[in-house]
Ligand binder design. Structure first.
Ligand SMILES: Nc1ncnc2c1ncn2[C@@H]1O[C@H](COP(=O)(O)OP(=O)(O)OP(=O)(O)O)[C@@H](O)[C@H]1O
Length: 565
């Protein structure tokens, strides 16, 4: 009897389990059918969407397809090729103003490298692009498109592996770029923690991912996941970072691992060529006058291309056979474009006025006017006033903020000492006022020679040649010391109409000999600068006649200008 009951119980349990399994199987089949039906519908929708396409956007059509189409950047492109296209490519940071061809050049350089037999980049090497402004630091490490992340089993959608408690590594851009190039636009915006992670990857040439759920003893663990957690994901790529920031604003640890290349701002003539090439690519005719107008308003290549494209849109809508100047005028007016400032050297020689040179932002050179007056103070208690500068400068390094006295103000103080040391001028006999009128951020040290020349000219009453521009730091004993951004400064001086640019001897490069249209004079002491920059006796007399002013100091000039050159 007892045995019968047991058998009956066993049959019942088996039947219940059987029914349960059957039911689950049916449910599963039903779900599968439902999912399949939905999937088919979605796939159909997707294919329908894929079958629709517009014409290629003009921005894409006008994108440079060859280095020769990137205008005005021959030197930095040569440097970029040297860094990337050799047998041992290097990491690179490209500095430059926005829209001047940095991304365009980076996109082309990998393909160029592949044409070299000695290049380690294989034919299928990838160019992976990521914008640092879109890479947010995620402290949970769930989503990191740059470095990669781990999908832990606690998260929804962890799939079959997640159900088994297995963490799943998701490769980031550093792994996708393995064997190729990782291009990070706006690299200066990268979060410091992301930057540190990137530096580690560059060092290891692989990326290690972590998870609290990783258990090397787990028998369910697939071999490839074990391999990733134990030995890391491959991430052997070369980095090209682009930034509109200046080198000082970029993490020093990254800079020390990279070759630094500087793209320059485009001049109006180069903007005209970019606009003309863009019109050819559309293709649409464009009037010469329209090109000239674009070159006056577009600050960079991207703006030139945008202006051509909008003007082309209007011309096409009006069924005209090309872009006319009035199309560009209409865009300029309605787009509220402002004319690009054309900084020129001073119009005529003036006492106490000097064309200094500065760099700002990502290596953009500019002529910076510096003016000084010196009024005799018979009490022997003269004062020095400096205006047009920021009194205090705040420097933000990666983890601290420093506030220091303006370097321009310090430079003026140094110059006062130099003038009394070298020329034995008693500054206390004058009320000196130095002004930086252009509102340009003054890089104090490199303005040293310009400040010294302006004050000397003001005290002696001798005009400064307005066709001379200068840059250089001056030491307390009057030696001229090297400065940064020399090429950009020379370009700015030439663009502004200077005939002569005075630079520190230590900044001299042999290729400066080949720059046409401007004479570059290297000097090592302040006396030489004064001799070159101030008007000669004859020039002073002409100046006196032209300006109908009495230059009281002319008579003194010969004895005051240093003879030793
Ligand atoms: N020097 C140039 N020669 C020819 N075309 C240029 C040049 N500079 C910019 N362009 C045009 O502008 C577009 C945008 O340029 P690109 O993206 O290379 O600039 P970028 O320097 O990387 O700017 P950003 O710093 O804003 O990313 C290019 O696709 C090209 O059509």
């Amino acid at each position: 009897m007892k045995t019968n009951i047991l058998i009956l119980l066993e049959i019942s349990i088996t039947t219940i389990i059987g029914l349960y399994i059957l039911n689950s199987f049916k449910n599963n089949q039903y779900n599968k059918g439902f999912v399949q039906k939905n999937y088919t519908k979605e796939l159909e929708n997707l294919n329908k969407l894929k079958s629709i396409s517009l014409t290629i956007p003009l921005t894409e059509k006008s994108r440079p397809n060859d280095f020769s189409e990137i205008i005005g950047q021959e030197q930095p492109i040569k440097a970029l090729k040297a860094a990337i296209c050799g047998s041992n490519p290097q990491n690179v940071i490209i500095y430059g103003p926005p829209g001047v061809g940095k991304t365009a050049a980076a996109r082309l350089v990998l393909e160029y490298a592949k044409t070299k037999i000695y290049s380690p980049f294989k034919k299928d090497a990838k160019f992976i692009e990521i914008d640092a402004t879109t890479v947010r630091f995620d402290e949970r490490g769930i989503a990191d498109p740059l470095i990669g992340s781990v999908h832990d089993p606690i998260y929804q959608g962890a799939g079959a592996l997640g159900v088994s408690g297995i963490p799943q590594p998701k490769p980031g851009a550093v792994t996708k770029a393995h064997g190729g190039i990782l291009f990070i636009d706006e690299i200066g915006e990268l979060h410091p923690t992301e930057m540190n992670k990137l530096l580690k990857v560059l060092e290891d040439r692989r990326v290690f991912l972590d998870s609290a759920y990783y258990n090397s003893e787990d028998t369910n663990l697939p071999e490839y996941i074990k391999e990733i957690f134990e030995n890391g994901l491959p991430a052997d790529f070369r980095l090209i970072g682009a930034t509109t920031k200046s080198p000082e604003e970029i993490c020093p640890a990254l800079r020390s691992r990279c070759v630094e290349i500087f793209f320059k701002g485009l001049c109006p003539e180069e903007i005209e060529i970019v606009a003309s090439n863009c019109a050819n690519k559309i293709p649409i005719k464009i009037e010469e006058k329209a090109l000239k107008l674009i070159s006056k308003y577009a600050e960079n290549g991207r703006e030139a291309v945008n202006l051509v494209q909008l003007s082309a849109g209007i011309a096409i809508n009006e069924e005209r056979d090309g872009i006319k100047v009035n199309h560009v005028e209409w865009i300029i007016e309605n787009g509220q474009y402002t004319q690009r400032p054309e900084k020129k050297v001073l119009e005529k020689p003036e006492i106490g006025c000097v064309n200094g040179l500065a760099v700002y932002g990502a290596n953009m050179g500019i002529v910076m006017e510096i003016e000084a007056t010196a009024i005799k103070n018979n009490t022997g208690e003269g004062e020095v006033k400096v205006t047009g500068i920021i009194e205090k400068e705040e420097i933000t390094t990666s983890n601290k903020k420093l506030i220091k006295s303006s370097t321009a103000k310090c430079s003026v103080e140094n110059v006062i000492t130099v003038l009394s040391n070298i020329f034995h001028i008693n500054i206390k006999n004058y009320n000196i006022h130095v002004n930086f009128p252009s509102g340009i951020p003054v890089d104090g040290p490199s303005a040293g020679v310009s400040i010294a020349t302006a004050i000397y000219s003001a005290i002696k009453g001798i005009p400064v040649n307005n066709k001379v521009a200068m840059t250089g730091e001056v030491s307390l004993n009057g030696k001229v010391k090297p400065i940064g951004g020399i090429t950009a400064k020379i370009a700015a001086a030439k663009k502004a109409g200077a005939d002569i640019v005075i630079i520190p001897k230590e900044n001299w490069q042999e290729n400066f000999k080949f720059i046409r249209g401007i004479e570059i004079i290297p000097v090592d002491n302040l006396q030489k600068i004064i001799k070159i920059a101030l008007l000669s006796d004859k020039e002073c007399r002409n100046y006196e006649q032209d300006n109908k002013v009495i230059l009281s100091a002319i008579a003194l000039k010969d004895s005051n200008i240093p003879q030793e050159v």
